[in-house]
Each structure stands twice: as structure tokens, then as C-alpha cells.
Design a protein around this ligand. Structure first.
Ligand code: MIC
Ligand code: SF4
Length: 639
């Protein structure tokens, strides 16, 4: 058995480990962050449950850190009060990015974690099955300790050889992205094996698992070995160590071989994490901004490597370098050992520990600017500047290029950090609150609006195609996020006004005028962020179905949780749909019940096609009831 299936089978509650079959697994840990957490906790509240059913649930505040109005702190306060009411650990703003903190403080070999953030798989570095999901699925996991998912297949990525000195973990995952693309991992676990794994530290592995999200993978996983133990010892959690690995004769669905010794520094060009080329190919490109941080590359080791490169140097006059360490413990260590002073001395701006620029929370680049970032996503406009170009690189390339003023890999020998100092490791727990009082009154600020609910499934649905888009539409396109919009994550009516605004600024008006309708998309529709707002907003706008060539996993679940039909079309059928034509879906009740294809009629031309609807039995119920919350309510919580 491979390692992924070992962990899944030890947590299997329902179903069989057969690729594509719906399974239910026991969840040991959950995490939420603030931008998806407000909705998740509103939904948890609506379920009317007591103390959470998992061993450890953590509510992080790391995204909505700018407090330019009352909204963000109101939301933080709401989350803090719900956390206290249900026995959830609360991580105060300033403590750091959720995935880095989860890894440092709570990750455990062989356990399961589900989180309302697409980069939850970061903890796969600790031999966990760690999966990103919509907020409602996480709320259900907190309430019941269960999570339903389509049983993934497993891709083996076999690493051989040893990487050379200036090649980092980021380059390994960029290589995998180059090979597999942003949809290559959909409904798969990526399991890393081979001799090459031994040379990767735990935080290197975390970088690789983190960006498995960009492959669309369900999660990624590494075995637990000496490197895992080393990290747990540093964290003062040696007792949590368990050796875990795949069987010698383990079976996989797919295999990719990478010889680490052949790798070179890589860069992902705008506007997709899989637009990967060697740094050499575009070396010399002038840059305006460099960002070092995010849940991908903000570990102590990453910071130390960057600091070593910056030590005694000066950031180029036309570059703004910003650095956000991943956790308060890391920041404290950098401060104690002098690395922070080296960074500041070179001219770096130090940000508080959190997501910051990665999600457009400040540090938007200049118009048409070029920003080199160690983050994981470079979708158009995500930085807050629509015409900026964001390039994804390793911390080493980022630090060096900041000094040079252009993209460079001309390192000097003394910039290399042979060994990352590991002790004494600071463990700052002062930002965590572990209160539990079931009588806590939940704080609700005026920014919090009700969660939209869907309607019961009708036998036929008519409407216009109000938007037709192409491949790889991300949830950042569907519901953009930046410093102006993130404060409204608990206010769906406000967010709706900006839906698809970067693709078609008339979408909202058309959806309102037509009382909803349908959206047509290409391949990998809904990739990227787990934000269920990308389904809550269409639900609010009365969008009843999405036709697409294929769907990203988390978004498909979010649509179904909201009672929206995810209908799969072929390439030929894509042309059947025209903007503004009126369509009707027929015999839906029977189609859902009996797993039939759905008939779609173009009411203008009277032509018909049959499109595919594949639902598990639980998903059928959600569609019939008009969403998961309705289903839970109607079945008295038995759903
Ligand atoms: C992201 O990186 O896109 C986010 C912001 O962390 C999202 C969550 C969100 O949209 O709130 C994610 O990755 O799931
Ligand atoms: Fe935060 Fe960026 Fe990581 Fe999302 S990808 S959790 S915004 S640091």
C-alpha cells in the first residue's frame, strides 16, 4: 500500500478506497483562517452544535490583517467568540500564517486535517492527509468529525539524485508544475518517494506539499523519517513522532521521475503557476518589487537563507523588498540571531507575520510593474494591480534579484548558508488562546450578513447564459480578493457586485437583470482558492448551473454545497452555448435521482444536447434540498 492509502484506510468511516468512489474519513484536526472562517463559523452556528468533535480545531487570523475600517476587527472578534463557545483554539493576528503555524504547533504524523484554505495540504510534509475544503465542509467536520471526499488516485513523484546548492524546494515543485500543469493533480494525492527525499528538510517538503494545491491535487504527502523527527525535536514535540512510509511494493496510479541533480532555478511567469521556465531564460528582466513570505516560503530556513544573501548588501534603488516571516516564533528567532537586522540593514521592509501581499492585502505593485514573489499564485490581478506581472521564484532567487534590481541567478559563494542554525528554537505560544465556555455570547458586527440559501431542485430550470469564459478560470476571477474586498467575506451581497469584474465588468448587472441564469466555462473551472464565496455569490445571484469542460475539486464541492448544478460538457458542446441565448434544463428530478444525463434545450434555436451530471448519493441529496445547510436542517442534522 502507498502511504496516502495507509493514512486514508486508518481513517476510513464509509466507502471503499477505490479511485472516484465517495468516501467518508474521520478527521483529527481542522483549521480555518479569517477570510473563509467568518462564513464557516456562521454555518457552524447555524448547525447549533456544542463543543467541536475533532481533537484539535484552530481558528487563525492571518488574511484580513489590515484594519482600515471596523469590518476586519469585527470579524476577528466574531471568530474569537465562536471559538470560545465551541472549544476551538484561537490564533490572534500577528501570530503568523495558518499553514506555517499548523505545521509548527499541531501537525502529527498519520493524522488527518481538513482546512478552509486550499493550501491546507502543507501539513502533508508531516505525513498527514491534509485537505483544503470549502468553509461549510470544514464546519461539518468540526461538528461531526467527518469529511466526505471523492477517493483520490495517487501519483508517485520519485525523486532521485541530490539538488545542487542554489536549487531549492520551490524549484522542485515548479518542475512538477511544469510537468503536470495546474490541472494535473485533480482528484489525486501526490506522494513523494525515492532517495532524493532524504535530503529535503521538513520545511522543504512543506513548500512542495503547499504548492500541490496549484496542481489541483487533493493533497500531497511525504513519509515520516529522520528529517521529520529532527523537526519535531526542534519544536519540542518529539513525542509526536511516528515512523511512516509506503510499502516497498506500493502501487500507484501514475508516476513521475525527477532527478534532482538535473534541476536549475525556475520561475513561473504571469499569469499561471505552471507557466514555468528556467530563470536563465529570462534572466536580466528588470523588477520593481520583491516579496519574500507566504505559506509557501516563510519558514525559518527560508528566512535565514534570504538573510544570508542580503547580509552586508543593499537592495537596488528601484526595488521595494518586503519580507513577511511565517510565524511569530520565526520572527522572534530572526530577531534574536541578528538576521532581522541584516534584512532591515539591506533595506527590506518587514511586514507583520501573515498573508499580506500574497492576497493583495497591501503592497500592490506599481502599474505594469514586475513583482518577484516567493508565493504560490500569480493569477492576473491577485496582487491588487491588474496590469502587474507576478513571477514566482525561490527565496534565494528573490533575495539575490532584490539586490541586483533584475532577475538573476549570479550568486556569490559567500551568500550560501551551509547549515540552517536550528537551536535554540523559540516556541511562542502567547498568541494562542485556548478558552472554552459554551455560554459565550457570539459577537456579531454590522458587517455580518446572512448566509445565502438555495432552493429545492425544480424539474426544469430556464435561464440565459449570462457569462461564457475559457479554461482555468480561478476562484480569484469568480470572486476577486484584495484589501478592498476581503473585509466583506461575511457580506455576500456586497461581494456579489464585484463577481467576475476582472473578466467582464457587466456580469453582475446581467445576472441581476436576468434573475440569475447559467455560466459556461472551459477546463479546470474554479481552480485555486477554496473560497466558497465563489459559489455563495452565484447562489445569491440565482445562478442555477455551471456548464464546464471540467471542474476543480474544491469548487465543484462548493457548488454542490450551494445547490448549484456542476454540469460537464464536451469540447463540441461548448459551442452549443451562446451568450444571451435562453436555455432550459429538462427532467432534472429524474436525472438526478437516476443518474441520467441532463437534457438542455436552446430555446432560441430549439436544438437539444445531453450533458453529464455525476453525483454521489450524498451529493444528490444536497442538490435536491438546495444545498448542504438545507439538507442538514431538513434531515435534523443526520445528513
Ligand atoms: C488564497 O491563497 O487564495 C487564499 C486567500 O488563502 C484562499 C482562501 C480565501 O480565498 O480566503 C485559499 O487558498 O483557499
Ligand atoms: Fe495566505 Fe497566500 Fe497562503 Fe493563501 S496562499 S494562505 S493568501 S499566504
Amino acid at each position: 500500500m502507498n502511504l496516502a492509502y495507509k493514512v486514508l484506510s486508518s481513517h476510513l468511516l464509509e466507502g471503499n478506497l477505490v479511485k472516484g468512489e465517495q468516501i467518508c474519513i474521520k478527521i483529527d484536526q481542522t483549521l480555518t483562517q479569517d477570510s473563509t472562517g467568518t462564513m464557516a463559523y456562521l454555518q457552524l452556528e447555524a448547525m447549533d452544535v456544542g463543543r467541536v468533535a475533532v481533537d484539535r480545531a484552530v481558528a487563525y487570523i492571518d488574511h484580513n490583517m489590515l484594519q482600515t475600517g471596523f469590518e476586519n476587527m469585527d470579524d476577528h472578534e466574531f471568530i474569537r467568540s465562536v471559538a470560545k463557545k465551541h472549544g476551538i483554539t484561537f490564533s490572534k493576528p500577528g501570530n503568523g500564517v495558518c499553514h506555517q503555524l499548523q505545521l509548527e504547533n499541531f501537525s502529527k504524523p498519520g493524522q488527518t486535517l481538513v482546512g478552509s484554505d486550499s493550501h491546507t495540504p502543507t501539513c502533508g510534509a508531516m505525513g498527514m492527509i491534509a485537505i483544503g475544503a470549502g468553509g461549510l465542509d470544514v464546519a461539518v467536520a468540526m461538528a461531526t468529525g467527518k469529511y466526505y471526499v471523492s477517493c483520490p488516485g495517487v501519483i508517485q513523484v520519485n525523486l532521485t539524485g541530490k539538488k545542487s546548492k542554489w536549487v531549492s524546494a520551490k524549484d522542485i515543485i515548479l518542475k512538477v508544475l511544469e510537468q503536470l500543469s495546474v490541472k494535473g493533480g485533480v482528484n489525486m494525492v501526490v506522494e513523494y518517494t525515492g532517495e532524493g527525499v532524504k535530503s529535503l528538510s521538513l520545511t522543504d517538503r512543506a513548500t512542495i506539499c503547499n504548492m500541490g494545491a496549484e496542481l489541483g491535487a487533493t493533497c500531497s504527502i511525504f513519509a515520516c523519517d529522520e528529517k521529520t523527527k529532527e523537526y519535531l525535536i526542534q519544536q519540542g514535540r518529539e513525542g509526536d513522532y511516528v515512523e511512516l512510509k509506503a510499502d516497498e511494493d506500493a502501487v500507484y496510479d501514475q508516476r513521475l521521475d525527477i532527478d534532482l541533480s538535473t534541476l536549475v532555478p525556475m520561475v513561473a511567469k504571469p499569469h499561471s503557476p505552471d507557466a514555468v521556465v528556467p530563470v536563465k531564460d529570462i534572466e536580466g528582466m528588470k523588477i520593481n518589487q520583491v516579496v519574500i513570505g507566504s505559506c509557501t516560503n516563510s519558514s525559518f530556513a527560508d528566512m535565514m537563507r534570504a538573510a544570508k544573501i542580503l547580509k552586508g548588501k543593499k537592495v537596488s534603488d528601484h526595488v521595494s523588498l518586503v519580507i513577511a516571516p511565517g510565524s511569530s516564533s520565526i520572527l522572534a528567532m530572526l530577531s534574536n540571531n541578528g538576521a532581522l537586522a541584516d534584512m532591515v540593514h539591506a533595506g527590506a521592509r518587514i511586514l507583520e507575520c501573515g498573508c499580506g501581499p500574497c492576497i493583495g492585502m497591501g503592497q500592490a505593485p506599481l502599474s505594469k510593474g514586475i513583482s518577484l514573489r516567493t508565493i504560490n499564485r500569480n493569477f492576473k490581478g491577485r496582487s491588487g494591480t491588474n496590469d502587474a506581472g507576478v513571477y514566482l521564484v525561490s527565496p534565494e532567487i528573490a533575495a539575490l534579484s532584490a539586490i541586483k534590481g533584475y532577475l538573476s541567478e549570479e550568486f556569490e559563494d559567500d551568500m550560501y548558508l551551509d547549515e540552517v542554525p536550528s537551536t535554540p528554537f523559540i516556541k511562542n505560544t502567547n498568541f494562542f488562546i485556548n478558552d472554552y465556555d459554551p455560554n459565550t455570547e457570539v459577537y456579531m458586527g454590522p458587517n455580518i450578513k446572512p448566509v445565502p440559501r438555495g432552493d429545492k431542485l425544480k424539474d426544469s430550470i430556464s435561464g440565459k447564459v449570462v457569462l461564457k469564459v475559457g479554461d482555468n478560470i480561478s476562484t480569484d476571477h469568480i470572486v476577486p480578493s484584495d484589501s478592498k474586498l476581503l473585509p466583506y467575506r461575511s457580506n455576500v451581497p456586497h461581494l456579489a457586485k464585484f463577481s467576475f469584474c476582472k473578466v467582464d465588468d457587466q456580469f453582475y448587472t446581467r445576472a441581476i437583470q436576468n434573475n440569475g441564469g447559467f455560466i459556461v466555462g472551459g477546463d479546470n473551472y474554479g481552480q485555486g482558492s477554496s473560497r466558497e464565496h465563489a459559489a455563495l455569490v452565484p447562489n445569491y445571484l440565482k445562478i442555477k448551473a455551471i456548464f464546464a469542460l471540467s471542474f476543480a475539486r474544491i469548487h465543484r464541492s462548493n457548488l454542490i454545497n450551494n445547490g448549484i448544478l456542476p454540469l460537464v460538457i464536451t469540447k463540441e458542446q461548448y459551442d452549443f452555448f451562446n451568450d444571451n441565448d435562453e436555455y432550459e434544463l429538462l427532467n432534472l428530478l429524474e436525472a438526478v435521482e437516476k443518474d441520467l444525463d441532463v437534457t438542455v434545450v436552446n430555446k432560441t434555436t430549439n436544438k437539444k444536447i445531453q450533458v453529464q451530471l455525476t453525483l454521489s448519493s450524498r451529493e444528490k441529496g444536497m442538490i435536491q434540498y438546495g444545498g448542504l445547510l438545507n439538507a442538514i436542517k431538513e434531515t435534523g442534522g443526520k445528513f
